[in-house]
Design a protein around this ligand. Sequence first.
Ligand SMILES: [Zn+2]
Length: 157
Amino acid sequence: MYQLLMGSCEKVRWRRLISHNKSSPKSLLISWVVMWGRLPTLDRLLTWKVVDGNVCPLCYGSLESVQHLFFECGYSAAIWSHVLTSLHFNRPVGQLDSELIWMVRAAKRTGDRFKLLLMLFVECIYGIWLQRNAKVFTHACSSPQDMLKRDQIQTCL
Ligand SMILES: [Zn+2]
């Protein structure tokens, strides 16, 4: 009966990013919502006719989507670049799908550097979301350098 009620529950490929991660609960929750594609970014709000436009509030140079907000935006790219360099990963920041594939592979690796990478990935997603919200609601946000000074991030770097 339980199996019938639950249906077929396929495991999502990015489950290790969340389940084997010791980041803060809030950052894990927001990352989980991002990976399910349910974050209320402006592109989604625009389709629901909740907002009039969807220009990225962090750079005003592109339309806000999960892809842009967390990976393409200059604000986020500066953060990822710093994180990757700090952990001695020599690679450019890619698209959402390619970054998730890379992170899933990293989640299977052992070692402190990979554990820190997963924690920083989730904490930066949350930090970028907080700064995006601050910019939307208060018209001010921290610089990428100041965002990286958050306690949850500094303890990992
Ligand atoms: Zn942007």
